[in-house]
Every structure is written in C-alpha cells, then in structure tokens.
Write a protein that binds this ligand. Structure first.
Ligand SMILES: Nc1ncnc2c1ncn2[C@@H]1O[C@H](COP(=O)(O)OP(=O)(O)O)[C@@H](O)[C@H]1O
Ligand SMILES: [Mg+2]
Length: 358
C-alpha cells in the first residue's frame, strides 16, 4: 500500500482492516489493533477468522462482502477484551474492486460504540427511575393519609381494649401500619422532588459514619471490619446524607449475607485515574471507587441480574429497595454501581463516583 494511503487509514478513529482477495489481513490501523488486542505484525497475512473469532461479525461480514461484492453492516457487536471492559462496535464490511470490476479485497471498519452505548444505558435508567418516581410519589400520597388514620384508630382501640387478645390485635395493626409507612418513605426516595444537595465532602468520613452506625447492629457481631482507605483521595462533590444511605444499604446487605458470622467486611477506596466518567457538560473526569466486599453467601447469576430492581428480594422481611435506592442515588451523582458476586464466593459492590470540583 502506498505510504500516504497508510497514513490516511492510520489517522481514522475507527478500526480499519484491509483484506486481500483470500480474506487475509493486508493492513490494519492502530485502532483496529486496540480492538483485537494484537499488533499489526502479529496479524499481517492471517485469515480474517483469526482477527477475533471465526464467528464474529468481522469475519462473517468480510466473507460475505468478498463473496457477494456488496457492503454490509451490523450494529452493536461485542468484542471481548482481556485487558479492559468488552468493547461494542458497529461493523461494516465493503468489497474493494480492481480496474476490471472484480472483487479483489475488502475493507472492514469497526466503529466504537462502547461509550455512546454506556451513555444511552444511563439515560434509559434515568427515564425508568423518573417514571417510577412519578408513580411512587402518587401512590405515597394516596397511601400515607389513610394509613395515618388506620394507625390512629389502632392506637385508640389498643387503649380502650379490655382484654389481652384485643390489645394484641390492635398492636399488630399499629405495627404493620408503621411498617407500611416506612416502606412508603423508602419509595419516596425515587420521587423527583427529592433533589440532590451536593457539597464538598470527604468520603472517608461518610464511610466511618456508616461503620460507626453499624457497629451497634447485632448483625455486626463476629464480623471483622477491614478498611483499606487510600489516604491521598481528594474531596468530592456529593450529598453526604444520600451517600451515607447508599453505603449503609450496601454494608447492611453485606452483614446480612454473612449472618450469623464469622466473616469479613472490607471497605476499599481508591482513585481510578484511567476510568473516566463523562459529565453532562461533556467534560470527562477521573473517578473515585469505593468497594464494599463481604465473604457471605453471594448471589446466583439470576439474582445478580435482578438485584437492583425495585422490590426484588430473597430475604424474608426484605423490602427489595436497598440496592435500588443505592443505585438510584449513585446514578444521581452520575456515578455507577457494579456488582460482582457468585454463590459462596461473597459479593463485591463497587461504586464509582466522578471526581468533579464543586
Ligand atoms: N451483599 C450481598 N450478598 C448476597 N446477596 C445480596 C447482597 N446484597 C444484595 N443481595 C441480594 O439482592 C437482594 C436485594 O437486595 P436489597 O435491594 O438490599 O433488598 P433487601 O435487602 O431488602 O432484600 C437481596 O434480597 C439479596 O438476594
Ligand atoms: Mg438490603
């Protein structure tokens, strides 16, 4: 290939691979090398099937373009990568023709969709929560007023009761009404009126508060608590009350998963310089990550998939709102919550928060 043409494909942001008539790699640019995690020299002359896998869209589309002389595109094709998160690419394969109009090669273009896809997903989540918030706010209003009445009536009944049985039943009415009221309060968290009040804060102080609160919990007995705090963390802009709630929910789940002990609860913080988050204004900032890890019973793949869905619970007496609320407040901070878990291997919940200056 003439040198100037090579410079052109090198300068293209998308991954570009040029194939000969046999479907062997003739040329590829650095973006393509990053997608397939190999050097140009390693892949030169190799059949297109060896770029990723024989079944990958890159190979399939290239073969079809070579055989049929037509151009094809497939959107959102995942590429597994060893060194980082999987990539998502739009793949286009187009035939190249010689002077006589015969197909004598093909060019495959991989357009990076990883970042746009993550942003779209984030946006869809926000919409989901907004819709949910509107329903929750409406319901909460309708439920709380009559509930107050039921509770008041229960109390009155209890006071007037003349026998133990009636008193017991009245107590139950009051107890259950109170439980529903607090469930409704949890739900209100999703309503839109409850806005974030960000201020500069020290995340270690938030975590220390959470551990302090939990030390009084009977569930914390027999559990070792390990703090692996990165002392160089700068302050971040966030809502201390909401983040306290987030980490309280996560740590409480961890303790429940390890009950009745023994076990180890580890809280780890660190700067992630190469994991950046794109903010609304288009600026990308580094992130701070806080991991809450336990040595408890872990989750099955199906539980893991559903864990942050509101009302999903496997615990008797659970509300299924702990992780949904945590996920909600983290996304309001424009951060991300990721869970890694397997049965009997414990759970690691990682919260990444953007380090933006306030
Ligand atoms: N640390 C954890 N270890 C194992 N399972 C967990 C953990 N955290 C959450 N889960 C699972 O996710 C479900 C939902 O959690 P959550 O939203 O906090 O609701 P709840 O605690 O009320 O059940 C739990 O019922 C449990 O099955
Ligand atoms: Mg919970």
């Amino acid at each position: 290939m003439p040198r100037d043409l090579r410079d052109v494909i090198e300068a293209i942001v998308a991954g570009v691979v040029v194939l000969d008539t046999e479907g062997r790699v003739e040329e590829m640019n650095s973006a393509a090398c990053r997608f397939v995690e190999a050097s140009r020299r390693a892949k030169e002359g190799a059949p297109v099937e060896e770029l990723i896998t024989p079944r990958h869209a890159v190979a399939r589309l290239a073969r079809t373009a070579l055989a049929s002389g037509t151009s094809l595109t497939e959107a959102d094709q995942p590429i597994e990568r060893r060194s980082r998160d999987d990539a998502l690419v739009d793949v286009t394969a187009s035939p190249l023709f010689d002077a006589a109009g015969r197909v004598d090669g093909a060019v495959v273009v991989m357009r990076d969709r990883t970042m746009p896809a993550r942003l779209e997903q984030l946006e869809a989540e926000q919409h989901r929560y907004e819709a949910f918030g509107r329903i929750a706010a409406g319901l909460a209003h309708e439920i709380k007023n009559p509930l107050g009445g039921i509770r008041g009536a229960g109390e009155l009944l209890g006071r007037r009761a003349e026998d133990d049985k009636t008193r017991e039943i009245a107590d139950m009415v009051v107890r259950e009404a109170t439980r529903i009221a607090s469930l409704v309060d949890d739900l209100m968290v999703f309503s839109r009126g409850d806005a974030l009040r960000p201020a500069p804060l020290n995340v270690h102080r938030v975590l220390d508060d959470v551990l302090q609160l939990l030390s009084l919990d009977p569930l914390a007995q027999g559990i070792d608590v390990v703090r692996t705090f990165d002392p160089s963390l700068p302050e971040l802009s966030g809502d201390a009350d909401r983040l306290t709630q987030v980490f309280l929910n996560l740590a409480r789940n961890a303790l429940q998963a390890m009950a009745p002990g023994p076990g180890t609860l580890t809280i780890e913080t660190r700067m992630e310089l190469d994991h950046r988050i794109v903010l609304q204004d288009g600026k990308s900032v580094p992130t701070l990550s806080i991991a809450v890890c336990d040595t408890g019973d872990g989750m099955t793949a199906e539980q893991l998939r559903q864990a942050t869905t509101p009302f999903f619970t496997t615990r008797s007496g659970g509300t299924g709102l702990g992780l949904a609320v945590a996920d909600y407040w983290v996304s309001q901070h424009r951060g991300a919550l990721d869970i890694e878990s397997a049965p009997d291997e414990g759970t690691r919940v990682r919260v990444s928060l953007p380090l933006r200056r306030s």
